[in-house]
Design a protein. Structure first.
Length: 445
């Protein structure tokens, strides 16, 4: 079979798919990240006021982790829908659910107003957010991967993660003026504003995603009547080792949750650094990541997925030590240096490559399911990272060390798992997910 025949027929719109995924992920993860910021800065005081400051912060971070509990459940359901009925339906549904849940968080009464019902409602809405996020990235990655041209799949799918970084930038930037409000105004109405802005998120995202065409690979599957009736059965019959591999690789996401949530509460509440300073560290790191992610992805299209991913994972595991040290010593220049280097540059290598790396482990019949289930179980484990980190943190100048070891261990596991995977950067789309080895069949540029 020729290289051309090993690629799906039909019109591809890689730029439009990448743009839709970028914008959709930016808007979706704006919603998701503002929750993490609010949990670190505000929620302990307004939803758990009867607790000590440390316990209140721990409980607030636990509600952040609760969102990850819903992710594996959502991954099974949304993965099935996406592989049976198409990627587009999943992307529209997740956007609406995330936006509605986030808006309602901003409308919640506080503990002082309705008592224990307030944190209960907060947890319910957080579960809805997690359910939505479970299908977002897998759907966007599948859509972009299957629209992308040969030898450019990592580059185009990386825009989903660039969008995620943009969402974090926007979310953090929105909280900058909010964080500067007097404490009374911040706790009464200021924290609600970023959540209410999700109305705009839903409107813009819905218009963009409704105009995107289904992928050639999925359409070809439908035309040949090869769509699996029960995608999950096919997935676990033929791809269980790959699902487990993705779960372990996805533990590298612990770096992101430690950086964006735990570090904020540790720096502000324990070290007593200025809130705005730490928010600016996140903004700068993620601005750098916007450029680093497509660079690393382009490199992965040339040299392969595994070495780039491994560099990003191991490098992040090493850099977490000087980064947390700089926070523990309140050395602001070093905080910016190591924060940008770790999260903006090195972690971007793993973050930019995984959408293609994971997606190429599966064929079209089960790609969305495999990515969704594998990543969301791994992300669920990583999602409780800030809670675990707060619990194992010690007193004193070296109290951050257990957190650093914890994060580094997750990075090592991810690296070892990635190295057991098959290299796929030169494998044609229709050969992805085959059990037997296939020769590289993608034409060179």
């Amino acid at each position: 079979m020729s290289a051309k025949e090993q690629e799906p027929h039909g019109a591809r719109t890689p730029k439009k798919a990448a743009l839709a995924s970028w914008i959709g992920s930016a808007l979706e993860y704006y919603d998701f990240f503002i929750y993490g910021t609010a949990a670190a800065l505000v929620f302990g005081k307004i939803f758990f006021p009867g607790s000590s400051p440390a316990t209140g912060t721990l409980l607030a971070l636990a509600t952040f982790g609760v969102g990850y509990v819903a992710r594996p459940v959502g991954a099974f359901l949304l993965g099935h829908i996406g592989d049976k009925f198409g990627r587009k339906r999943v992307l529209v549904f997740t956007l609406i659910l995330m936006g509605a849940s986030t808006f309602l968080v901003g409308c919640l009464p506080t503990f002082d107003q309705v008592g224990v019902a307030a944190p209960i409602m907060l947890v319910v809405l957080r579960l809805c957010q997690g359910f939505s996020a479970s299908g977002e990235q897998a759907g966007a990655n599948s859509m972009t991967l299957e629209h992308a041209p040969p030898r450019r799949r990592a580059f185009f799918t990386s825009f989903t993660l660039s969008g995620t970084q943009a969402g974090l930038i926007i979310a953090t930037a929105v909280f900058l003026p909010v964080a500067r409000l007097p404490e009374e105004q911040l706790l009464s109405w200021g924290w609600r504003v970023p959540f209410w802005l999700s109305v705009v998120v839903v409107a813009v995202g819905y218009i963009i995603r409704r105009t995107l065409e289904e992928t050639p690979a999925f359409k070809e599957e439908q035309e040949h009547k090869e769509v699996a009736r029960m995608p999950l059965a096919v997935l676990f019959r033929d791809f269980t080792p790959d699902v487990i591999r993705v779960v372990c690789c996805a533990l590298v996401a612990l770096v992101s949750t430690i950086f964006s949530v735990y570090v904020l509460t540790y720096a502000v509440n324990t070290i007593k650094l200025d809130r705005a300073t730490m928010l600016w560290v996140a903004i700068c790191a993620n601005i750098v990541a916007l450029f680093a992610i497509p660079f690393w992805a382009s490199l992965a299209d040339r040299v392969g997925r595994r070495p780039v991913f491994a560099f990003g994972a191991l490098g992040s595991g090493v850099l977490i030590f000087p980064f947390l040290w700089s926070i523990g010593t309140a050395n602001v220049p070093m905080i910016f240096l190591f924060g940008i280097l770790m999260s903006g540059v090195v972690y971007s290598a793993a973050n930019g490559v995984w959408p293609s790396f994971y997606g190429e482990m599966f064929n079209t019949r089960v790609r969305l399911s495999g990515m969704a289930i594998g990543t969301q179980i791994g992300f669920a484990l990583g999602g409780f990272g800030p809670t675990i980190a707060s619990a194992i943190q010690r007193d004193g100048p070296n109290g951050w060390l257990p957190v650093a070891y914890f994060t580094a261990a997750a990075c090592v596991i991810a690296t070892l798992s990635a190295w057991t995977a098959r290299e796929t950067h030169e494998v044609a789309m229709n050969d992805l997910g085959r059990r037997e080895p296939v020769a590289a069949a993608v034409p060179s540029r």
